[in-house]
Design a protein around this ligand. Sequence first.
Ligand code: PLP
Ligand code: ZN
Length: 425
Amino acid sequence: MTAQTAGTRAPGAPRLGNARALSCRECGKTSALGPHYACDECFGPLEVIYDFPRLTRADIENGPHSIWRYAPLLPVPRDIASRPTSEPGYTRLIRADGLAAELGMRRLWIKDDSGNPTHSFKDRVVAVALAAATEMGFKVLACPSTGNLANAVAAAAARAGIRSVVMVPANLEEQKILTTAVYGGTFVTVDGTYDDVNRLASELAGEHEDWAFVNVNVRPYYAEGSKTLGFEIAEQLGWRLPDQIVVPIASGAQLVKIDKGFGELAGLGLVEDKPWRVFGAQATGCSPVAEAFGKGWDVVRPVKPSTIAKSLAIGNPADGPYVLDVVRRTGGAVADVSDPEIVDSIRLLARTQGVFGETAGGVTVGVLRKLLDSGQLDPDAETVIINSGDGLKTLDAVAPAVSVPAAIKPTVAAFQAAGFDGTDI
Ligand SMILES: Cc1ncc(COP(=O)(O)O)c(C=O)c1O
Ligand SMILES: [Zn+2]
């Protein structure tokens, strides 16, 4: 089928704003917009391509306080902002002077995506997937998940009034289990790893053609949601791209799409085109992309994950090779940190910035520190790190490392006897 242009869309084709077609990331073959995710020529993954309109900074600045301010750059219907969605995005970008001082850096920022409706960046990708899936006629929103995506899908489906089917490994953190179950959709816990759950989801997607598995059969649309992290960072920096960015990796889609977002802003003339370097962060217990980067491989060899960073525990990352492309093209790196370093880094971020990140945030801060020590990150360059999820969802990771003093009687004498009157607290 030939690509359709915005003005000559076939009757019945989904109305997805300025999205024009799907294009194979391997062979470049284009196909019509629809619920497809693999190239019919070479089985390569598909991604959305657009006919972008002329767009000014003011057009965006006058838009809603959510990712929908960037709707012209996403595969969503033009009226998306007036539909019932979770309205994610527009999260804070914090100037991280405390952490920067500790690490000997000059200009460090934290993009704190724990401020999203279900407290992780996954609300962004799910909102875009849901908008596209609804437009394509799907009636059920589904996913395999390492935890945060489960929260986001269950909540977004509840908000939109449609059914959800969410599947996770049974050994997830209790907080992520409860914060999914509360929304009342179909919730399946599976005795297996995320990669097992993902395989099951792929099989089910073949059997239930009316189910939109956000990260499987509508993945090209879903993944575009992460571009909004790149868009927001640039806008919040005053329409400027950072010099360096550190991003956690599970499937790798977030990292690849932040880079794509920066490129699109530069291509549209909304920011000055300048070099930026993209760095990836993994936990040592699940570091297939860091291993491939370190060994100079083009392919990513799957691993069996074992780490407290369960949200990043994808042993066979779909976007792994594309992460390697982005990181090598921009002059970045991929590194990993151990579980004790993750806990240390969560506490460092909390102590220096008052931000409580989940284990993925600990991975990112840990890798930031490691790559500064190794000289691969420039301490003088403007740097952004992503805190992609909320520490309240991974309490068990820090519980053993944080001490809570015993309760005292409500008297000044007891307060003094316990040593709280000292000047060293
Ligand atoms: C908190 C958090 N950060 C980062 C990621 C990585 O996202 P991606 O799969 O796009 O690499 C995930 C994925 O589940 C996550 O839950
Ligand atoms: Zn192809």
